[in-house]
Every structure is written in C-alpha cells, then in structure tokens.
Write a protein that binds this ligand. Structure first.
Ligand code: ADP
Length: 253
C-alpha cells in the first residue's frame, strides 16, 4: 500500500453497514458490498469495526497479517480482492477476546478510521451489532454519509434492525436502505425452495419505515464456503455475485 506524501487528503465517503443483532450476515454483506463497489470503479477501503467478532481479515483473505504504522497512523493491509483493510482483529493477537470498555473501543475505531486511507474514495465500515459506544463515536465523530442496514426476514431481527435505523436517523445519518439476508434456501439436493427465516419481512418493513429496500440475498452454501475461503462471492463471476452487484449499484453515490 502506497502512503501519499502530500498533506492533501481526499474526504472519503463513509458507508456504515449495521445490524440490530449479530449473526444476520452484516460482515458478509460488508465484504461483498465493498468488493462490488470496487468492481464498479470506486477506490474502496474496509474498516472492520466489529469489536466483538472481527471477521474481515478472514473474509478478505488476510488473516494473521498485522497492520503497520507510518507517521503514527495505521497503514491499511492490501488484500487479494482489491479492498485494503484495517480491522479491530489486527489490533489484538489472534484468538484473544477483546474485552475493552466503551471508550477504548471507541478510541480503537478512531485509529482505524483516521488511518492512511488517502488512496480510497469510499470507506465501508463493518459496524458492531447493536447500538453502543462504537456506534455513537462512528456517528458523531466520523459522520458517515449513509448507513446500510442488514436483517434476516425474521421478526426478532427486524425489531432489532428498527432500533439501529432509529439510532442513525436521530443522528441525521441518511439510511441508504435495508438489505434482507438469508432469504430463501435452495436445497442443493432437490432444488426445492424453503424459507427458514421467512421471506419478504424486510421489504415490508422498509416500506413501513419509508426507507429504500436494496435487495434480497439467498441463504446458500456457496456464499458460506466462499466467504470462509477468503474469496467472497462478489469477487467471482458466479450467480452468487449478482445480488451483491445489484445492491452495490443502488448504494452507488
Ligand atoms: P454478522 O456479521 O451479522 O454477525 P456474518 O456475516 O458473520 O454475520 O454471518 C454469520 C454466518 O452466516 C457466517 O458463517 C456467514 O458465512 C454465514 N452467512 C451469512 N450470510 C449468508 C448467506 N446469505 N448464505 C449462507 N451463509 C451466510
């Protein structure tokens, strides 16, 4: 990663990817959205602010690689999918629990955001789930241009998503839209479709809240295995890339 030597700093457009609860696919969407935006010509960087379970180093295939500092600022780690990364996971030794109190976590977030991002125009931030100190720092100090909210179609997940939406809206951060993940499972054996978490719930919720619905991502084994292998589906040319490319087109500018 090249570090710009000039003082001119391009103001990045920060897109926060958030969810009300964990396990709904927020990190998966963040990685694939970042890659899809990069494929559409933007210079994209990723900040993994998910302090409770930093998964971007694995998703972007750079697990175990530490970030170096230059002039007291962190230098993003290059990845094989064209999206440089800084992660909470790079600030602590692998496998150790991060048991920071709010102010420490918020300070760590600022180190990740105020880093050598001179080469990017868009910063995708994978937020921790919920509505805590890291979220407040992100909103108040780093002022995202907008937030993408991820939910499964399930009632409970949607109720939590509504809280996350409320937090951003009250702080004046525009909601770019809602994504429904894990909607519909296509059985690899019989080809039959089923809906383990229901379907359509997020679209209906988006309509009720008058926010854009950005799209639906199916629950597939391919998405899970590609993610675990450090080559998120949006980086490939398979059918799994399509929902992410379509969502990225709507996130656009
Ligand atoms: P979160 O960031 O909300 O905690 P993750 O993105 O880590 O959620 O996803 C949780 C788990 O679900 C991961 O193992 C991930 O690979 C898997 N997963 C997420 N979205 C899908 C999907 N659409 N199809 C299959 N597996 C998925």
């Amino acid at each position: 990663v090249r570090v710009a030597q000039t003082s001119e700093r391009v103001q990045q457009r920060i897109i926060a990817v958030a969810s009300g609860k964990g396990g709904v696919g927020k990190s998966t969407l963040s990685a694939n959205l970042a890659i899809a935006l990069a494929r559409s010509g933007r210079k994209v960087g990723m900040v993994d602010a998910d302090i409770y379970g930093p998964s971007q180093p694995r998703l972007l295939g750079v697990e175990g690689i530490k970030a170096e500092a230059h002039d007291k600022k962190l230098v993003p780690v290059a990845t094989g999918v064209g999206v440089p990364l800084l992660s909470m996971g790079q600030l602590v030794p692998g496998g150790q629990a991060i048991a920071w109190r709010g102010p420490m976590a918020a300070g760590a977030l600022t180190q990740l955001v105020d880093a050598h991002w001179e080469m990017v125009d868009t910063l995708v931030v994978d937020m921790p789930p919920g509505t805590g100190d890291v979220q407040l720092t992100m909103i108040q100090k780093h002022k995202p241009a907008g937030a993408v909210i991820v939910s499964t179609p399930q009632d409970l997940a949607l109720i939590d998503a509504t809280r996350a939406i409320d937090l951003f809206t009250k702080a004046g951060v525009p909601i770019i839209g809602l994504v429904e993940n894990m909607a519909g499972y296509c059985c690899p054996h019989c080809g039959g479709l089923s809906d383990p978490f229901g379907t359509g719930g997020a679209e209906a919720k988006a309509e009720t809240l008058s926010i854009p619905f950005l799209g639906r991502i199916p629950l597939t084994i391919d998405i899970r295995t590609a993610s675990d292998a450090g080559t998120p589906p949006a980086a490939g040319n398979g059918a799994e890339a399509e929902p992410f490319l379509s969502i990225a087109a709507k996130v656009g500018d």
